[in-house]
Write a protein that binds this ligand. Sequence first.
Ligand SMILES: [Zn+2]
Length: 527
Amino acid sequence: MKIWKLAVFLAGICCLSRGAEVVETKSAPNLWTLARSQARIHRFATLFSAQDVRDRLSTDAGIDRAIAWCQRTGVTHVFLEEFRDGYQADRAALRHAKERFQAAGCVTSGCVTTTQVGKPSTGWKDTISCYTDPVTQQRLQAIFEYAASLFDEIMIDDFWFTDCTCAECEAARRARTVTIGDKTYPVSGDTWEDYRRELMDRLSRDRLLGPAKRVNPRVKLIIKYPQWYDRFHERGYDVVRETADFDRIWVGTETRDYTDPRWGGTVPYEGYFIMRWLGGIGGAKCGGGWYDWLGTTERTYVEQARQTVLGGARESLLFCYGGLQGTTGPKDVEALRANLPELLEVARQVRRHAPIGLAAYKPPNSHAEDESRVFDLVGMMGLPLVPCHQFPASAPAAFFSVHALKDGDLARKLAKFIQAGKPVLLTDGLARRLAGQVTLDARNVHILPVKGDPKSLLQLSQTELDEFRAPLLRPVKTSFRAPGRVALYLFKPAGWVVENFNDEPVEVELNGRKLTVEPRGWRWRWE
Ligand SMILES: [Zn+2]
């Protein structure tokens, strides 16, 4: 058996691991012991893609290496994937790996990634399929039957959508009908959004959930929603209907580096926003968050981990074992290991506390127009948000954007909220749309100049930010002075987190107390 040298450095203690067996120094627990003892609070997981199963888990030596990596990283849950990119992993390899991981003390689940399933979409043609096509529908069902024959829990990675506009899809959209096998279902409208949402939800029931549960009545299916929340509805994700239909949900928190040329453009606060927003929709069904190494550095990789934990996730999935062995993966994982004890401590506190601050209202299937993902940018202004999918009538303060127009009764509800004297932050875009319907000249209404460019909010000066925050934080009895790109999270009964997304240290003032926060660092206190 090979000797594995460990780079785990935890509280100054080095541990040595030999094969699948972890040897501890006597004074401190290693990450494996710690992760197992804290798994009920927060669990770390990874995915072995169908290709990883073929390339890295088809020999016992490969499985030994994978188990040792999980133990060094505190990963106690592995998802072993059955299908991805047109390739179906081998049954014997999956069964053997499942047994080995279980014997080593890991929880095991399956996974399916619906890429290259059948007839290519006219849109993202080398990845996404046309699901109007009956043969593709049958293939899809066979993949899920296969996965359900192997595992009692199956994750579906975030390619469960379509962007096809072929002649068959077009005819079905115009006819306002979805056909699955010998069943035809009506569609409420004639837009692509209407057709795709109906198609993907009916397929979920008739080709995934139904057949999988006939093969294995114990099986639970998890729908993992992507990170691009403002466009879900356009490609067929319906967070209300699908969350109701599936057994569990999962949340993409892979924000990566804002400045990365290929993967950039998403601010880190989004991980927290989407985790909380979908967590509110899913409730007890919400399992965890999912992030990867693509386009990250060690610092931004750890930020993804922090955002996922602050968002209330019960589990963090590190995508994926094979990917994490190359490029920036090893350094990212090393940084995560060093931060794991603190992440688990924060996760424990987050479970005991609830976020407070400005309610941030995004109705399901709402349209961003020119205020795409504005919530993430408002979070980067140091305003503590409490994301929600229903009108926050009882919130102490709230932020509203054009997304709220999806609520047909918005004008009446908002007028009542304003009349109650509670602070309201409105985007300039929403204020324009509500002119003549709601009186907005009250003293408690503040207009945010988004100017159709949410990212411009990153340029606001500290003076402007301090002025915005002061009246909005008054109901939660908090004052906060800080430059941009510093997030504030407030919790009840009592707790706060200040997170610095800048590459320089910052000086902030929270309730009159001065704090220095390290570059890409955080400070917190819980009571
Ligand atoms: Zn099509």
